[in-house]
Write a protein that binds this ligand. Sequence first.
Ligand SMILES: Nc1ncnc2c1ncn2[C@@H]1O[C@H](COP(=O)(O)OP(=O)(O)OP(=O)(O)O)[C@@H](O)[C@H]1O
Ligand code: NI
Length: 278
Amino acid sequence: MTTSLLEIHDLNISFTRYDKGLRQMDMPMIRNLSMTIDPGEIVAVVGASGSGKSLLAHAILGILPRNAKWNGSLTFDGQSLTPKLIKKLRGREIAIVPQSVDFLDPLMRVGMQVRQAVRVGDPVEEQIKAFRKMRLGPKAAKRYPFQLSGGMARRVLVSIASVSGARLLIADEPTPGLDEGVVQETLNMFRQFADAGTAVVFITHDLEAALSIADRVAVFYSGTVLEMAEAADFTGKGERLRHPYTQALWRALPQNDFAVPEEIDYAMAAAAREEQLI
Ligand SMILES: Nc1ncnc2c1ncn2[C@@H]1O[C@H](COP(=O)(O)OP(=O)(O)OP(=O)(O)O)[C@@H](O)[C@H]1O
Ligand code: NI
C-alpha cells in the first residue's frame, strides 16, 4: 500500500461543555473524518460556516484550542504527526494561510514577519518578490499589522505561507476581502505551487473558487466528509456526483441556472439523516 503525503484516518474532535446541572458533556465537532492528499494535488474542502473546516486545519497544524479533545491518526510522509514532530514541521514543511489576520504578530513589522518565514534564498529579496506578486507596495513592509487594511493583512498572510517552501500548504479561507484581481492571482499562485509539487488543502465555502483550481473536492457537512469528488465530476446536472447535498451545491451555482435554496435545505436534511448526524 502506498502512503500519501498527508493521511488522516478516523479523526474525531470534540469540545467539553457543561450543561445546566454542570454535568460534563462532549460536543463532537469532527467525526470519523478520513482524507489523504498527495504532492502536486489541490484538495478543496468545501462546506458551510461552522462545519469544522478550520478545526480540521488546526488539527493538522497541531494548534487546536486547549479545550478540544481529539483522537484518530494523522501521518505526514508516513510518520505519525506527534506534537514533537508537528512543532518541527510547522512553518517549514507544513504551512498555513490562517483564516484570521490575528495570526500576525501585532508587534512586528509585516515585512520582517515575511522575511523570518523565508527558508530558501535571500530573505529580503524573497519578501520583496512575494509582496510584488501579492500587489503590496514597497511601503507596506514597514507597517505594523494594525496599520494595514483587512485585505492587505490577508495578502501578508499569503506572502508568509508562500515563502516558506512548504510541502503541504493549508489555506483556510484565504481570499475574503480581497479584490477580484488579487483573488484570481492568489488562486493561480496556489495552482502554481501545486504544479511545482506542493500539496495544497484549500478550505473555502465557495464551490466555484474551489473548482477553478482543485483536483478533488472534499464536501464537508457537519464535521465530516460527505463525498470526496473529482473536480471533473462537477459537470452537467451533477449526474456523476454521488451525494444529493453535493449535487444541490453544484446545481445552486449561478451558471447552472436552477438555484433552488429549498433544494439545498432538503438535501442537507437528507444528508444529515443518511449520516445519522441528527
Ligand atoms: N474553542 C472552541 N470551543 C468550543 N467550540 C468551538 C471552539 N472552536 C470552534 N468551536 C466550534 O466548532 C465548530 C466548527 O468550527 P470551525 O471554525 O472549524 O468551522 P468552519 O467550518 O471553519 O466555519 P467558517 O466557515 O465560519 O470558518 C463550530 O461550531 C464552533 O463553534
Ligand atoms: Ni473556518
